[in-house]
Design a protein around this ligand. Structure first.
Ligand code: GRF
Length: 208
């Protein structure tokens, strides 16, 4: 059984999608813990109801980011994960923390990286007049919203879209590509070569 630890900051809908698929599809994997940087993160309550171990590390309780990162790494390592999944985790993590989980930490970002890293991706896509938008699952590197791309989804930007409408259309695809990417990782289907991630048996890494 591969062990997965998921980090959230908010509602955790991607985390829920991963837990549901993992259990429903009988992956040889288990989400062993859900951790958050806020005790109020709604995703924590949902995970606890599912019988998953949860913990919150309030960022404000630590003297600085290094202290937070050290405590977070200890909380993660207590569960001995094979994979760390960032699912709407809104803290920037230090380079040492990221290197500790190199090659075994994934993130999802609601844009077609490398465009629009950071916040307000949907607003920026609308302001730029983009005709497509989407989401990206990637391995985490020290640079924010950057790293080898596992899978992307593409959706149309429709006339009259506002941020909420576009975000909802993209989020529905996140709930497909993130569980699939995690499944591929835990089943050993991904191979990373020269910064490019390929599915070993050639499955499509694009949802369009
Ligand atoms: C998602 O849009 C994800 O791409 C971004 O933050 C949002 C988290 O949503 N990183 P949820 O907490 O998974 O519902």
């Amino acid at each position: 059984m591969k062990r997965i630890v998921i980090l959230v900051s908010g509602r955790g809908s991607n985390m829920q999608a991963i837990v549901s698929r993992c259990r429903g599809e009988g992956w040889a994997a288990e989400v062993v813990a859900v951790l958050a940087d806020r005790a109020a993160a709604a995703g924590l309550a949902w995970a606890a109801e599912q019988g998953i171990a949860t913990a919150a590390l309030e960022f404000k309780a630590f003297a600085n980011r290094d202290a937070f990162d050290t405590a977070l790494a200890a909380a993660i390592d207590a569960h001995a994960p094979d994979l760390v999944v960032l699912a709407g985790f809104m803290r920037i993590l230090g380079a040492d923390f990221v290197r500790r989980y190199e090659g075994r930490m994934l993130n999802i970002h609601p844009s077609l990286l490398p465009v629009f890293p950071g916040l307000h991706t949907h607003r920026r896509a609308l302001e730029a007049g983009c005709k497509v938008a989407g989401a990206t699952v990637h391995f985490v590197t020290p640079e924010l919203d950057h790293g080898p791309i596992v899978m992307q989804s593409v959706v149309p930007v429709r006339a009259g879209d506002d941020e909420a409408a576009l975000a909802a259309r993209v989020l529905a695809t996140e709930h497909v590509i993130y569980p699939l990417s995690v499944r591929w990782f835990v089943e050993g289907e991904l191979q990373l070569e020269d910064g490019i991630v390929r599915h070993k048996r050639g499955a499509s890494q694009l949802l369009a």
